[in-house]
Design a protein around this ligand. Structure first.
Ligand SMILES: Nc1ncnc2c1ncn2[C@@H]1O[C@H](COP(=O)(O)OP(=O)(O)O)[C@@H](O)[C@H]1O
Ligand SMILES: [Mg+2]
Length: 462
């Protein structure tokens, strides 16, 4: 008789313990343990031990970095120049964001390039996916589709087909006979992903796992899922906007924080050729509280518009609302403006938004945020065709940012010809068709050089 072992596994970090506990000693989550039966698998029982020994690095031979390229540039670039053969990637995103659409399109491109692909759907029926393929004009290509939820059968079928690329849509819908519990619970995800991972590595398949996201925005399932895979990619977007962003968070074979941009329409996802044009609406018009900056995302500069609204507060505690970057950054910039520029926001609500719904972590947008806030506060538009690039230090210094010449090049390409930038970056940049470069040493130099009379007006209203 097979002896069944029972363990308790933490839902959030997959910590394993033989006894139930209220609080996970590993991650501190409360009430997160779930009882799970683990039956020893046939392979584990009968496997004889094979020994391994260390090798000298100098012994190895160089193998060329040959990638499987889909031809969809935005997708290939995020992966670091195509799919690394034998890599395991996790593509995570909200339901309905377009993960299945993207991977079906990518599969179609691989098939067109004579690669063997197997698309495993554990969520949708053959009819549904056929309908999608028809809409994406992929119906005439020989793309094998397996509709299956049981891991053992999936592994058997993949071995039969021996494809180059396998897509599992989604990992939360697959279940294994070896562990108890419904598909999607932590032990199922852990078992299914680790067995798929091991087999893919053994056989050299490139594997894509689709993962769902919880309400809190993290990948549903144990954290080890993210630690285990080679590449973690998030597919993001806002239901109000048409565009979708592919963002790499972890990549063992390429750079991280790379962005891939797509537009979703009836015929599927289309690559965005010129992202800067997407995020800045009006290059000619000058508006109060709006400033343009150039953020560096992965290997690419993207122009974005920062919008600020500073208005008199109606509440006891003034509101601070941010969309598109870290809330703490706004508190910091306001504190710097108060301390070093003599402004006072105690009686003002401040709302800041990166236009278009993009999320940015690049510190190079600080100067632009400060400029937009000041412009809204004094009710005066910023100069037309100007970009603001620079990080602001706690002492009010405008600090240098990386890749300044490429940022300026991008701005010039879109018709901007006035650049406000850190003085320290000046010696590094080649002057690339910019009419005016304003080198800014401190934030107070930027704020105070502008309209000192308006500042008086502000203090009068306080
Ligand atoms: N008939 C259609 N016409 C246009 N867009 C569609 C159609 N069907 C689905 N979509 C788009 O595709 C999205 C669903 O994509 P899907 O790949 O199924 O998402 P996911 O796999 O991430 O849940 C929908 O949110 C919608 O934007
Ligand atoms: Mg789907």
């Amino acid at each position: 008789m097979v002896k069944v072992k029972t363990v308790y596994i933490c839902n959030s970090c997959a910590y394993e313990t033989p006894k139930w506990a209220g609080k996970c000693p590993e991650c501190g989550s409360w009430n997160s343990f779930e009882e799970t039966e683990i039956r020893p698998s046939q392979q584990q029982k009968g496997a004889s031990r094979e020994h391994n020994s260390p090798r000298l690095l100098s012994e190895g031979t160089d193998t060329p970095d040959i990638r499987i390229v889909s031809g969809i540039n935005e997708f290939d670039r995020v992966l670091g120049g195509g799919v690394f053969p034998g890599s395991v990637s996790l593509i995570a995103g909200d339901p309905g964001i377009g993960k299945s659409t993207l991977l079906l399109q990518v599969s179609g491109e691989f098939v067109k390039k004579n690669k063997k692909v197997l698309y495993v759907s554990a969520e949708e029926s053959f009819r549904q996916i056929r309908g999608r393929a028809k809409r994406l004009e992929l119906i005439d290509f020989p793309l094998p589709l397996l509709v299956e939820t049981e891991l053992e059968e999936i592994l058997f079928q993949i071995e039969q087909q021996d494809p180059d690329v396998v897509i599992i849509d989604s990992i939360q819908a697959v279940f294994s006979q070896n562990v108890s519990g419904a598909p999607g619970n932590v032990s199922q995800i852990r078992e299914c992903s680790s067995r798929l991972f091991r087999t893919a590595k053994e056989k050299g398949w490139s594997l894509f796992l689709v993962g769902h996201i919880t309400k809190e925005g993290s990948i549903a399932g144990p954290k080890i899922l993210e630690h285990m895979v080679d590449v973690v990619i998030y597919f993001e977007g806002d239901s109000l906007y048409q565009y979708r962003i592919l963002r790499s968070l972890k990549n063992r074979y390429g750079p991280t924080h790379e962005l891939g941009l797509f537009l979703m329409d009836q015929e599927g996802l289309k690559e965005v050729q010129n992202p800067s044009q997407l995020f800045i609406s009006h290059t000619e018009e000058i508006r109060t509280g709006a400033s343009i900056t150039c953020s560096f995302e992965g290997s690419r500069p993207i122009l974005v518009e920062v919008q600020a609204l500073v208005s008199r507060t109606n509440y006891g505690i003034p509101q601070r609302t941010v969309s598109g970057f870290d809330q703490k950054k706004l508190a910091l910039i306001l504190a710097i403006l108060e301390k070093h520029c003599g402004l006072n926001f105690s009686f003002y609500d401040v709302f800041i938004k990166i236009a278009g719904g993009l999320r940015i972590d690049d510190p190079g947008i600080d100067l632009s945020i400060a400029a937009a806030i000041h412009s809204s506060l004094v009710n005066q538009p910023l100069e037309a065709k100007a970009v603001f690039i620079g990080e602001i230090g706690l002492n009010g210094d405008v600090r240098p940012v990386s890749q300044m010449d490429r940022r300026i090049e991008e701005a010039v390409k879109l018709g901007f010809n006035r650049v406000f930038m850190p003085e320290i970056n000046l010696h590094k940049i080649k002057k690339i068709g910019v009419d005016q470069i304003h080198s800014i040493k401190t934030i107070s130099a930027l704020i105070n050089q502008k309209n000192s009379h308006q500042r008086t007006r502000v203090s009068e209203t306080l």
